[in-house]
Design a protein around this ligand. Sequence first.
Ligand code: FAD
Ligand code: PYC
Length: 415
Amino acid sequence: MKRYSVLAIAREALRGHLGWARAGASPAPRAHYDVVIAGAGGHGLATAYYLGKNHGIRNVAIVEKGWLGGGNTGRNTTIIRSNYLQDPSAAIYEKSRSLYETLSQELNYNVMFSPRGVMMLAQTQHEVRGYQRTAHANALQGVATAYIGPQKVKELCPIIHIDGPRYPVLGALWQPRGGTARHDAVAWGYARACSDMGMDIIQQCEVTAVRQSQGRVTGISTTKGDIACDKLGIVVAGHSGELARMAGFRLPVESLALQALVSEPIKPCMDVVVMANTVHGYMSQSDKGEMVIGGGTDGFNNFTQRGSFHHIEETVRALIETFPMLSRLKMLRQWGGIVDMTGDRSPIISPTPLGNCFINCGWGTGGFKAIPGSGWAMADLMARGTPGPLAAAFGLDRFRAGRFIDESVAAGVAH
Ligand code: FAD
Ligand code: PYC
């Protein structure tokens, strides 16, 4: 793999950019792999990457029914933060956020991590108490957040109208090292590194059956033929229930669409990320100048991977009191992704009833931020067969035992 560097760019500029190698191979599936990962989203690719890097397991295929990063990884609004309430969540999200800090250097691929700061507005007394509590919890967990007052909010984000008649801004939970990254670069960066380790990323290859014998997976059937494997990782987000059904077990997960939209590009006017969870809206400004906007999930389960008009109206209406400037913007495009929601709004990183089959899902509306940490934890689980410290609390067994990790507030997105 050619290293990307300023020198390489200068050299290629001088020779008409003819010397760049392909960023990754596009192989046909082989008959057998030590590990097969279903799903080439961020979580599947990061799992493969850390299997190779941390555990030396490189005879790995990642099979993807569409194109890499074409699921939620390439459809999300890229917010990265670790301001969760419960200790297991803070541990995995903060691990992830800290891996993002150096991911571009590690992958030699610019993922454009931008720790511009994330604030979650408190617009009711209930939220004030809730976010003050989270700030205290974060202090104990070693996650750098602070509860700030409305004047500080205005200073950090001058376009916010803090004296709205219905929902004035009373304060905010502020994470200065939260931010954004370029979503598809995260998928491409991990994919390129996996390919460089000799792993096969096989696109347009849908898993259609999970083959098994005596309680263990023997391989998968796909639209490109059968593939045998010693271990299977299911990492397909909104389609997790479907893959689990193929494997013969059920998941406590619902699938539903989450939508987002962007405005026409405008001059830089906002250099922080703002989430307004009471009114169900959040916003940041992309490097192109578009205002990136999202709201709550659709109110019913579905697999409709696209946007809808009522969502634009609902979300913009919700945000306009706090951001009056939105009334003068045209909206450019909208889209949707299928998210996988658990009852406690926390993920599942777990062994399954099949001995050599593992599942990573349930990231719901908030898994982009978790990609590096989740991949790290899932690789650990798949390599050792038992969960390490980051994944231990996120097993499927918690739903039987009632050990929920309630993050319905920290999830931040209405659902
Ligand atoms: P995906 O990226 O969806 O990857 C799963 C892959 O599995 C897909 O590529 C799919 O094609 C493939 N697949 C499915 N079935 C099969 C099969 N049978 N065979 C083979 N492959 C299969 N999170 C944040 O942290 N911050 C945000 O700001 C944020 N905003 C969001 C905004 C929107 C509109 C949406 C939709 C999500 C948002 N999220 C956000 C959530 C985040 O995008 C997801 O949690 C995360 O991307 C999940 O990654 P993944 O790799 O698990 O799933
Ligand atoms: O989890 O921070 C988040 C998020 C923001 C928008 C969608 N998810």
